[in-house]
Ligand binder design. Structure first.
Ligand SMILES: Nc1ncnc2c1ncn2[C@@H]1O[C@H](COP(=O)(O)OP(=O)(O)OP(=O)(O)O)[C@@H](O)[C@H]1O
Length: 235
């Protein structure tokens, strides 16, 4: 099992961002983690990346209970920190190479071309769409067993979204890498997901295999998600 949550609760102060979550993710699949704002998606990813720790319960990644050291096996990028703003795109790529032994510079170079990013531009000069693309370049150039993408589409236009999906299909090694995409924008990733989890108020409220959802139940992921969210909200 690539990732396991065993009765995981994560509190910030007295608020439970995750409440007694148990789940298992298999290696080599693309998972969607779907939920509205504030449902616990980012917290789930941060627990896997070792950026926060459970208040109770345990998170295990590749058989190891998660500590900071898991960053060697998990590629995870949320925001490009303001700290990097004065670096050029090329310098940022070189910096990542020094930080992560699994960073593949050839892959990064190909991704930069695909994403039409100018290596000489400073990060602060990049449009929001190009920052989104750069984030993806830096994440996908790492050859880690686990890849976490937090809202990779947010605020980006249709062309950027398409280029992100294409690069996922091109650069993810589907035999080796487990990918989790946290998003509330379901349409985009519908075609590439193997399995979906729905999260609401810190609880996992649904888990489906996308193919059987479609073929056996005749639902798209979006329809399924809307129906279970509707049940929650009318409770
Ligand atoms: N550092 C923090 N301190 C206090 N509360 C937090 C912190 N991070 C998250 N929370 C709270 O935990 C809950 C879950 O947040 P989380 O960021 O995991 O949700 P999310 O589904 O990723 O939402 P979004 O789509 O808005 O990013 C929210 O109620 C949020 O306010």
């Amino acid at each position: 099992m690539a990732i396991q949550f065993n009765q995981v609760t994560k509190k910030y102060g007295s608020e439970k961002a995750l409440d007694n979550v148990t789940l298992q993710l298999q290696a080599g699949k693309i998972y969607g983690l779907l939920g509205p704002n504030g449902s616990g998606k980012s917290t789930t990813l941060k627990l896997i990346a070792g950026l926060v720790y459970p208040s109770s319960g345990a998170v295990t990644v590749l058989g190891e209970e998660v500590t900071r050291r898991i960053s060697r096996k998990v590629a995870y990028l949320t925001e490009l920190d303001m700290f990097y703003d004065s670096l050029t795109v090329d310098k940022m790529v070189s910096f990542f190479k020094t930080q992560f032994p699994d960073f593949n510079p050839e892959k990064a170079a190909m991704l930069l071309v695909d994403m039409k990013l100018d290596g000489k531009k400073k990060i602060k000069q990049l449009s929001k769409g190009n920052r989104g693309r750069l984030k993806l370049v830096l994440t996908l150039a790492r050859e880690t067993p686990i890849v976490l993408l937090d809202e990779p589409f947010s605020g980006l236009d249709a062309m950027v979204r398409d280029s992100i999906i294409k690069s996922l299909l091109t650069y993810i090694d589907f035999n080796e890498q487990t990918v989790i995409i946290a998003t509330h924008e379901i349409d985009e990733i519908e075609p590439i997901m193997d399995e979906v989890f729905a999260i609401y108020n810190g609880h996992i409220i649904g888990h489906e295999n996308v193919e059987s959802l479609r073929e056996e139940q005749g639902y798209s992921v979006l329809e399924w998600f809307k129906s279970i969210m509707g049940n929650e909200e009318s409770d």
